[in-house]
Design a binder for this molecule. Structure first.
Ligand SMILES: Cc1ncc(COP(=O)(O)O)c(C=O)c1O
Length: 448
C-alpha cells in the first residue's frame, strides 16, 4: 500500500530558497518609477521596504540561504506534508493520481506564513519597529500578525471591508497575535477617507487596502510596509513549498504531469511551480496550470502592461497582467483572489507559455471544496477550492490517459465557514466580469 502522507524530517527541510529570476526565458521587465518611468532602483523603494528584502527583490542569485532564525520558526509547522488524495480519486472514479502539498498546517492556516516570517525577520534586522499591511482573505494579515509578534514588532492590518465583515474570527486571530486591524477603506488614511466619501458603500479591494498600508508606512519613521504576494521576494520565500514537494514526490516514486495552484497575486502557485521550472525547460513534459476566478480574470482576460499595484497609484509600475488598478472586483468569497494584477514572475511565465492560465466559477469551486472536505476531511479555503476544481477537471479529463497531478493546498477554510453556509443555503452566485468593464478599467493604464 502506498503511504498516504509523505513527511520530511525537520533536518530534511531545504535550507536555501530558490530564486527563479535567472531562469525565466527572456527575463522579467523591471519595475518603473511612476514619475520618471525609468527603472526603479532600491533607493526608490527604500522608504517602505528594508534593504534585505530589496536585495532579494533584485537578486539574480539562483540560491539564497534561509537564515537560521527563520528556519527555527519554520520548524513550528515545516516541512509540510505531501498527501495523496486517494479518497478523492476514489470518489471521482479516476485512475489519475492526485497529490496535494498541504500548506494549511501553518499557524495562520496558509502558505502566507512562509513569507511573513521572512519579511518580519529582515525588517527586525534593520531596526524597524512596526509593519503595515493589507489583507484580502485575512490569511496574510494573520500570518504577518503572528510573524511580527515573533520578532517583537508592532503590526497594523488594513483588511478589505467585505472580508472584514465575512470573517470576524480572522480579526480575533490577528488580535490574539497582538496586531491592530481596521476595515479598509478606513478613516485612518487620506486614501481611505477619500474613497469612503466617493463610494460610501464600497466592498473595498486589495488595491485600496494596499494604498492605505503604503500611505501608513510612508507617513511614519518607525514603520515599513509588507506585501503578501506579487513581488519577487515573496515568491522567493514561497519556493520552499516546491522544493519540499519535489523531494517528497521523489520519495513517493512519482513525478507530476500536471502542477496546479490558484492565483491571486501568484505567490502560492509560483512557490510550488518555480522549483520545477528548470526540469520543464530541459524538456520534461509538465503542464503548469494557474487558476483564477472568472469574476477576476487577470491572466485569462487582462492585459500584459505596466500598471500600478494599488488604487491610489503610489506603488512603482509593475509589468504584469492587469485588469487596471481601479478595477473593483465583485465581492466573491475567495477574497485572496480579488486582485487586479499578478506577479511579474507569473506574468512572464504566462507570456512565455510556460504556465497555462484558466478560470473557474465560484459555485463549481465550492462544490469541489465540499467534495474534498467529504472525502479527504479537510475544509479548504475558498481560494484553494479553485486549485481543487482544476485538479478535478484534470483528473477526469481523459480516462485512458490518467495523469499524476500535484496541486498546492494553499490554506484551510476553518475561518471561512460563513462562505460555506451561504453556499449551502444557495445564496452564492457566479459572476462573469463584463467585457465593457474590463475595457473601461484598462483604459486608465499608465502610458509608458
Ligand atoms: C488560502 C489562500 N490561497 C491563495 C491565496 C492567493 O494568493 P497568492 O496567489 O499570492 O498565493 C490567498 C490570498 O490571500 C489565500 O489566503
Amino acid at each position: 500500500m502506498q503511504e498516504k502522507k509523505i513527511n520530511l524530517k525537520e533536518r530534511e527541510m531545504p535550507t536555501r530558497w530558490y530564486n527563479v529570476m535567472p531562469d525565466i526565458p527572456n527575463g522579467v521587465e523591471p519595475p518603473l518609477d511612476p514619475e520618471t518611468r525609468q527603472p526603479a532602483g532600491p533607493e526608490k523603494l527604500a522608504p517602505i521596504f528594508p534593504m534585505g528584502l530589496l536585495e532579494q527583490e533584485m537578486s539574480d542569485k539562483r540560491w539564497i540561504d534561509i537564515p537560521r532564525e527563520i528556519q527555527e520558526i519554520y520548524h513550528i509547522w515545516r516541512p509540510s506534508p505531501l498527501v495523496r488524495a486517494n479518497n478523492l480519486e476514489k470518489a471521482l472514479g479516476t485512475k489519475a493520481k492526485i497529490f496535494f502539498k498541504y500548506e494549511g498546517v501553518s499557524p495562520s492556516g496558509s502558505h502566507k506564513t512562509n513569507s511573513a516570517v521572512a519579511q518580519a525577520y529582515y525588517n527586525k534586522q534593520e531596526g524597524v519597529k512596526r509593519l503595515s499591511t493589507e489583507t484580502g482573505a485575512g490569511q496574510w494579515g494573520s500570518a504577518l500578525s503572528f510573524a511580527t509578534h515573533k520578532f517583537g514588532l508592532e503590526c497594523k492590518v488594513y483588511m478589505v471591508r467585505v472580508s472584514f465583515e465575512q470573517k470576524p474570527y480572522r480579526k480575533s486571530m490577528m488580535n490574539t497575535y497582538g496586531a491592530e486591524i481596521v476595515a479598509s477603506p478606513s478613516s485612518d488614511t487620506n486614501t481611505g477617507r477619500r474613497i469612503i466619501e466617493e463610494f460610501p458603500d464600497t466592498a473595498g479591494s486589495l488595491g485600496i487596502a494596499i494604498s492605505e498600508a503604503v500611505e501608513d508606512a510612508a507617513s511614519r519613521e518607525d514603520t515599513k510596509y509588507a506585501l503578501g504576494s506579487v513581488l519577487n521576494h515573496v515568491i522567493l520565500h514561497q519556493s520552499i513549498i516546491g522544493l519540499e514537494a519535489k523531494k517528497q514526490m521523489e520519495i513517493a516514486g512519482e513525478y507530476p504531469d500536471v502542477l496546479i495552484g490558484c492565483c491571486g497575486g501568484g505567490s502560492n502557485f509560483a512557490g510550488l511551480a518555480t522549483p520545477f521550472l528548470t526540469d520543464k525547460l530541459e524538456g520534461k513534459k509538465l503542464k503548469m496550470i494557474g487558476v483564477e476566478p472568472a469574476s477576476c480574470p487577470t491572466l485569462t482576460r487582462g492585459l500584459l502592461a505596466y500598471d500600478f499595484g494599488d488604487v491610489a497609484r503610489t506603488t512603482p509600475l509593475l509589468y504584469m497582467y492587469t485588469l487596471g488598478h481601479d478595477f473593483i472586483p465583485p465581492g466573491i468569497h475567495a477574497g485572496g483572489l480579488r486582485y487586479h494584477g499578478m506577479s511579474p514572475i507569473i506574468s512572464a511565465l504566462v507570456r512565455e507559455k510556460i504556465i497555462e492560465p484558466t478560470s473557474v466559477h465560484q459555485l463549481e469551486c465550492f462544490e469541489s471544496g465540499v467534495l474534498f472536505a467529504r472525502t479527504e476531511g479537510i475544509i479548504p479555503a475558498p481560494e484553494t477550492c479553485h486549485a481543487i476544481r482544476a485538479a478535478i477537471i484534470e483528473a477526469t479529463r481523459d480516462k485512458d490517459d490518467p495523469k499524476t497531478i500535484l496541486f498546492n493546498f494553499s490554506g484551510h477554510g476553518l475561518l471561512d465557514l460563513s462562505s460555506y453556509d451561504k453556499f449551502h443555503a444557495g445564496q452564492l452566485q457566479n459572476y462573469d466580469y463584463p467585457e465593457e468593464d474590463i475595457i473601461a478599467a484598462t483604459r486608465n493604464l499608465p502610458r509608458v
